[in-house]
Design a protein around this ligand. Structure first.
Ligand code: SAH
Ligand code: SF4
Ligand code: F3S
Length: 476
């Protein structure tokens, strides 16, 4: 079948240069304003915080065009799915969802379905969607979010499917409208892309090269958030420690943390720190600014040096421990979490035991654990995926038991203590119970009265579980 569209190319997306990325200022073209008047949109978001923040940009663009939000996809004129490609499971979920949307499209032929995010950057996924999921009208890549108004306009006026996915290194686009989904916590991008090329990971191909926003733009954004009453920000990047390096300036993530702290925002978090580049300026900034929260996510991925080497993680087991032990010592009372992959190609029983013993060493507050998933186009996809499914599952199970053990052990220190909680609203499970997070990023469910989302309240912890705490509001 002849293709009349251009597929993205993971090969192209692999390229990196040393140039500072262009900074572009966005304007919403007058011709697109009003196009969505009286119409509604609904966005479904998968994947990491970068995608959450991108969905807020999509919402901002759509609202700029006059669309208003629909809580239910059934009421929407435009449905966007912001996808994740990090593991096979994430992709299968999206395809299932797109399949189910076909029914809505039959009921309403004018419904526009758009698919964006990391799957849109993969040639195979785009091919599958173009050929088998005809209900999708727009495919737009992670570098093409600001083209959404144009793409929608074209689909409405020509009734043709549109695809725009650039496999480029990427630029920095400022002044894009945003509709934030929360009123008390905000995601703040500090950099885009990733240059680390861990051998299993698709992200450097779907997100382009590491490019930092200018510090003035970041600080201005945080100052506005403070004015708007936001209590917490999370500084986002695939590897925040590398902030500023691509700009060729003598200003690092540690410097940025100090400057962001000066804005007076109550709570600062950041995600994600690669163990590489975790320097002393960063540690000092974290220790010296009380509004930087006592929580560090430091992915280890494996506890075995050979596997780490094959993963291209750039540190050995011992180097990770040296950094971890230093952080633990210099940052007392902090909570530490990690990411771990089991069943990477050639992971022997001994190598897996090294991962278990690394968890014993670090005694994490929590870990996000994953079974290795082969991603076409990455170097690891060329290695034989030789650990069988059953072994992978058994390893995950054993690992998760250990993770839960230490999570519970770490939480014991909060029993009968009074903690500070930033309230998110009612708990997901029980509308009589509130929930929120402590500075250490512990989920607290608690009872009380006269509480609103965004309040910072004191809670006495009455019960401790592995992955959450229960408590009662302390009246002041
Ligand atoms: N930039 C972040 C993580 C991004 S992806 C970092 O480096 O820490 C989040 C997590 O997904 C990774 O830390 C890793 O544990 C997991 N992951 C990434 N690719 C994977 C794959 N192919 N299979 C299984 N897990 C994967
Ligand atoms: Fe993926 Fe590694 Fe980059 Fe994280 S640092 S996004 S795991 S390549
Ligand atoms: Fe997924 Fe893309 Fe984030 S692959 S984890 S949504 S960067």
């Amino acid at each position: 079948m002849k293709k009349d569209y251009k597929l993205p190319s993971l090969n192209e997306a692999r390229k990196r240069d040393k140039e500072v990325s262009d900074k572009v200022t966005f304007f919403l073209d007058e011709q697109y304003k009003g196009l969505g008047e009286g119409k509604k949109y609904h966005i479904i978001t998968h994947g990491c915080q970068a995608n959450q923040r991108d969905s807020e940009t999509m919402a901002g663009l759509l609202e700029g065009m006059g669309y208003s939000p629909a809580d239910d996809e059934k009421d929407a004129d435009v449905i966007l799915i912001n996808t994740c490609a990090v593991r096979q499971g994430a992709e299968e979920k999206v395809l299932g969802e797109v399949g189910a949307l076909k029914r809505l499209k039959t009921l309403n032929p004018d419904l526009i379905i758009g698919l964006g995010g990391c799957m849109a950057q993969e040639e195979e996924s785009v091919k599958t969607i173009m050929e088998k999921y005809r209900q999708v009208d727009i495919i737009f890549g992670t570098h093409n979010i600001t083209s959404l108004p144009k793409l929608l306009y074209e689909v409405i006026s020509t009734k043709q499917r549109k695809i725009e996915v650039f496999s480029k290194m990427g630029e920095i686009i400022e002044s894009v409208p945003v509709t934030r989904f929360m009123t008390h916590k905000a995601w703040v991008n500090i950099m885009y892309g990733c240059n680390k090329f861990c051998s299993y990971c698709i992200v450097p191909y779907t997100r382009g090269k590491e490019r930092s926003r200018y510090k003035e733009d970041i600080i201005y954004e945080v100052e506005q958030l403070v004015k708007d009453g936001y209590k917490e920000i999370c500084l986002l990047g695939q590897n925040v420690n590398a902030y500023g390096k691509d700009l060729g300036i003598n200003y690092t993530f540690g410097n940025l943390l100090n400057d962001v702290a000066k804005t007076g925002i109550r709570r600062i978090r950041f995600m994600t720190s690669h163990p590489w580049d975790f320097d002393d300026t960063m540690i000092d900034a974290i220790r010296n600014n009380p509004n930087i929260m006592p929580y560090i996510h430091l992915p280890i991925q494996s506890g075995n040096t050979q596997i780490l080497k094959k993963m291209n993680r750039r540190y050995s087991r011992e180097e990770y421990f040296a950094l971890f032990d230093k952080l633990k010592k210099q940052l007392p009372g902090f909570a530490f979490t990690t990411d771990i992959i089991v069943g990477f190609p050639n992971e022997s029983d001994e190598a897996f035991e090294d991962t278990l013993s690394a968890v014993d060493h670090c005694q994490y507050d929590n870990s996000f654990t994953f079974i290795y998933s082969k991603r076409e186009g990455t170097p690891a996809a060329m290695m034989e995926d030789d650990v069988d499914r059953k072994t992978k599952e058994e390893r995950l199970q054993r690992l998760n038991e250990k993770v839960a053990y230490y999570a519970n052990l770490n939480n014991q220190r909060f029993k009968d203590q009074i903690v500070e909680v930033l309230v998110d609203g009612f708990s997901k499970r029980n509308s009589k119970v509130y929930s929120g997070y402590t500075p250490e990023n512990k989920l607290v469910n608690f009872t009380g009265e006269g509480i609103s989302t965004g309040d910072i309240v004191k809670v006495k912890i009455t019960e401790v579980m592995s992955f959450s705490l229960n408590g009662e509001l302390v009246k002041e």
